[in-house]
Design a protein around this ligand. Structure first.
Ligand code: PLP
Length: 398
């Protein structure tokens, strides 16, 4: 029998993909240059040269039977060691290679993390707005998602709301910084407060409350802001990283989970992560690109292009009278809808061929997400259309 929730998930489709598909159809009607598609968070800058070089060298130098062979479920030993060494030197941690589990991107990492850390009926807290698949993975593990609002406009932690949501059923908190869709970085003070609260509540309830730190955008920050490394503040943090965004390799599907070395449950967590990986069939992440990513740890493509785009669109939209928090990282801008219903706003934007994603899809109605990982030219051409949209709402033009 096909489970109804599985059917419903597949049948409902992915709203962001649907907008992107619409963009392709529309481009055939009016020309691609007249469609301002800001729907998908797919990197627009080239991978660093080192990634291309590593892929070519590996293809040339390694015997094919070795190059394309299975790795152990958890990933190639030398890659796990390289990742552990990198994290240890970047964040003063003490990871062993055995703490690292190579995954097919952050998607698999999150699915594994939720399966490893939640039993049926356990609660998982996340802060809104959030990447909607957190709910999918939580519910797939039998968990219950509890959404906690952040401060309006700034999207920073609302500590009182967070503290009120934590209860004895809470086993997991998923944090994402820099955030998709707001671009906001969770500050050190907030992380310290979360850590202190979870430490106290874990002791009170007699079980650990884990953090799953989802950080595929960690290396995409534009103003020299430091992104605090959450496992350094709270020992029971499973860290989830992906090379999709930092190395512009989303189709190659490589990331990793890092089990916390200071956790009392370290050994059990290693086993749970491996067990969940097996159970979900997420074993042996793509091996060629495990090696490529290991050769490029800590690198990124040319971030100046994203920063230029961020400044262009943030300044352009605020000058037109739109309001939005200035994104510190990732490649998204979360615009406040000039009317209460952000879906209606996105529809009106669509009439100007401006394709945005309603905040409702990130559990944050009243806003819309704009992905500025696009050619700069598209942003420049879109600004007059945003001007017409602003005029429709009677927004102030400066
Ligand atoms: N987490 C966040 C916050 C994301 O925005 C995304 C993708 O957009 C992912 C996880 C999944 O990324 P991937 O599976 O490509 O690594």
């Amino acid at each position: 029998m096909i489970p109804s929730e599985v059917y419903a998930l597949g049948a409902s489709g992915n709203p962001i993909r649907e907008i992107a598909d619409y963009a392709m159809r529309r481009a055939e009607e009016v020309g691609a240059e007249n469609v301002y598609d800001f729907s998908i968070g797919s990197p627009s800058i080239a991978p660093p040269a080192a990634a291309q070089e590593a892929a070519e060298r590996l293809m040339k130098e390694m015997p094919p039977t070795q190059l394309h062979a299975y790795s152990p479920d958890q990933g190639l030993p030398e890659v796990r060691k390289a990742v552990a060494d990198y994290l240890n030197s970047a964040f003063s941690m003490t990871y062993a290679p055995e703490d690292i589990y190579m995954t097919s991107g952050a998607s698999a990492g999150l699915a594994i993390g939720c399966r490893a850390l939640l039993s049926p009926g356990d609660e998982c807290i996340t802060l809104t707005p959030y990447f909607s698949e957190y709910r999918t993975y939580t519910e797939a593990a039998g968990g219950v998602m509890r959404e906690v609002s952040t401060e309006p406009e700034t999207f920073q932690l609302d500590y009182e709301a967070f503290a009120a949501a934590v209860n004895e059923k809470t086993w997991l908190v998923i944090l994402n910084s820099p955030n998709n869709p707001s671009g906001v970085v969770l500050g050190e003070e907030s992380i310290k407060k979360i850590a202190a609260l979870l430490t106290a509540r874990s002791a009170e309830y007699g079980h650990p409350i884990y953090i799953l730190a989802d950080e595929p955008y960690r290396d995409l920050v534009y103003d020299g802001d430091a992104v605090p490394y959450i496992p350094g503040f709270y020992a029971d943090t499973v860290y989830c990283y992906s090379f999709s965004k930092s190395l512009s390799l989303p189709g190659e599907r490589v990331g990793y989970l890092a089990v916390p070395p200071e956790s009392k449950e370290r050994i059990a967590l290693r086993a749970a992560v491996s067990g969940a990986g097996r159970m979900l069939g997420y074993v042996c992440a793509p091996v060629l690109f495990q090696r490529v990513c290991a050769a490029c740890l800590g690198q990124t493509g040319e971030l100046r292009e994203y920063k230029k785009n961020r400044d262009l669109i943030y300044e352009g939209l605020t000058a037109l009278g739109f309001s939005c928090a200035k994104p510190q990282g990732a490649f998204y801008l979360f615009v406040k809808s000039p009317e209460e219903d952000a879906r209606a706003f996105c529809k009106k934007a669509m009439a100007h061929d401006l394709l945005l994603v309603p905040g409702d899809d990130f559990a944050c109605p009243g806003y819309a997400r704009l992905a500025y990982c696009v050619p700069e030219e598209r942003l420049r051409r879109a600004l007059p259309a945003f001007g017409r949209l602003a005029a429709e709402y009677g927004l102030r033009a400066e």
